[in-house]
Design a protein around this ligand. Structure first.
Ligand code: AMP
Ligand code: MG
Length: 415
């Protein structure tokens, strides 16, 4: 990219907490849309949904059998009716009377119990019970799952299958959810060969395209990707960056080298840069800016840095665009093996494998030479935090880590 403007005053590198605060402050919830339940799976709910009636809405039989009065000790019961699931046949029962009921059938009045089929011996139009009716129950009581007026699913819940089932039973056919964030990943770097193209001497293959598109798969977002030449001007990018893009990710060129043009590109596209570097590795050269409600990241091209920045900054921003309040949640774990000292003046997020152990999480820092490594990503399901200037720690010491969600577990464990 050729410099046509001067870049605004550099912002000092900040620590990751400050960076995250700034990112979240500029990541505004997108408008909501109403979707049929069938299309709302995984979306973020934007309103509390309140039950308008009890569930179950009436006392129901939990078994196939007979309903009789709870205080009735008769020898034999006349079967005066049959009630199937879905039928509504209110009536009272006298002593010595029972109704045959199917599972789910509405009981005809209060004060009944259900004797299961296995505990009754039918005789012509009657039945004898092997147990006292009072000892049976088998009733799903009205309102035992939820009562009218209860908040069934709270605003900002992600709609899982259970939430959708509840909404359906409560009579909702649609849900008010966040619209999908639209994310554009622009991959720059003239030294990169497409994985399916021949690699010239001096080139490496483009990893970040496949890495980010895999990390974005199954997310609630619309994701598009482009490869771009390094010497591009903003006008070329504007064509891709049509008005519908909410989040722009630029891979590579985020640092301060002569050929690193992402900061300038973002400024030319109208973004104001709020972050120019974080005091955290991998991922130190991170850029972040906003232009109205749109946000943009300059992500360092090294794959390990790309991965770390995705989990540390991009994913929280994506969730904030959906309207979720989900700060990074660090967990405590015990080190599986000793780790060396942290770096002075800069925090580290080391790819790690976290395994459930009897007394909590066991965290193994994975070996990495530099942020250009890819191998640690094979087994990483976590990021181990080493604060700036941290002292060496022995195996068993308590450390903080974040789950990244995914790891390939292979026989033979980690390398
Ligand atoms: P950059 O962020 O452009 O300074 O690139 C830093 C390092 O990451 C360089 O060694 C690049 O060759 C490498 N790199 C940049 N983009 C990619 C990519 N998409 N896939 C693999 N390596 C990359
Ligand atoms: Mg580059």
């Amino acid at each position: 990219m050729t410099a046509t403007h001067s870049i605004s005053k550099p912002v000092q590198p900040c620590d990751f907490e400050e960076a995250l605060r700034c990112i979240l402050q500029h990541s505004h919830p997108l408008p909501a849309e109403r979707l049929p339940l069938a299309g709302a799976y995984g979306r973020l709910l934007r309103e509390d949904v309140v039950a308008t009636e009890d569930f179950p809405p009436f006392d129901r039989s939990a078994m196939d059998g007979w309903a009789a009065r709870a205080d009735d000790c008769s020898e034999i019961f006349q079967v005066v009716d049959e009630i199937r699931a879905g039928e509504w046949k209110p009536r009272t029962l006298k002593h010595g009377e029972a109704v045959a009921v199917a599972t789910g059938a509405a009981l005809p009045c209060n004060g009944l119990v259900v004797v299961p089929q296995e505990d009754g011996v039918p005789e012509a139009n009657a039945v004898r019970f092997r147990i006292q009716p009072g000892h049976a129950k088998y009733i799903r009581r009205r309102g035992e799952d939820w009562k009218a007026g209860t908040v069934l699913v709270c605003k900002r819940s992600r709609l899982n299958a259970g939430a959708l089932a509840m909404l359906a039973q409560a009579g909702h056919c649609s849900a008010l959810v966040s619209r999908l964030p639209r994310v554009l990943h622009l991959v720059t770097g003239d030294e990169l060969a497409a994985p399916d193209a021949g690699r010239e001497p001096g080139q490496v293959r483009d990893v970040n395209s496949v890495l980010i598109s895999a990390l974005m798969r199954n997310r609630t977002a619309k994701f598009v990707q482009r490869r771009l030449p390094e010497k591009l001007d903003a006008a070329q990018v504007r064509a891709d960056l049509d008005d519908s893009i909410d989040m722009l990710l630029v891979s590579g060129g985020a640092s301060v080298g002569r050929h690193d043009g992402t900061a300038l590109l973002l400024e030319q596209l109208g973004f104001t840069l709020h972050i120019r570097g974080v005091l955290a590795r991998p991922g130190r050269p991170l850029l972040f800016g906003s232009n109205g409600h749109r946000i943009a990241f300059g992500l360092p091209g090294n794959p390990l840095a790309h991965w770390v920045c995705f989990y540390m900054y991009v994913l929280p921003a994506l969730r904030a665009l959906e309207g979720a309040h989900t700060p990074l949640s660090f967990l405590n774990g015990r080190l599986a093996a000793s780790v060396g000292a942290g770096a002075p003046g800069i925090g580290m997020f080391i790819p790690a494998a976290a395994i459930a152990a009897e007394d909590g999480w066991l965290v193994k820092a994975l070996h990495w030479n530099s942020s250009g490594d890819i191998t640690p990503l094979l087994h990483a399901n976590a990021l181990l935090h080493r604060p700036a200037g941290a002292k060496p720690l022995p195996a068993g010491a308590v450390v903080q880590f974040l789950f990244s969600e995914e790891a390939t577990i292979q026989d033979g464990g980690t390398r």
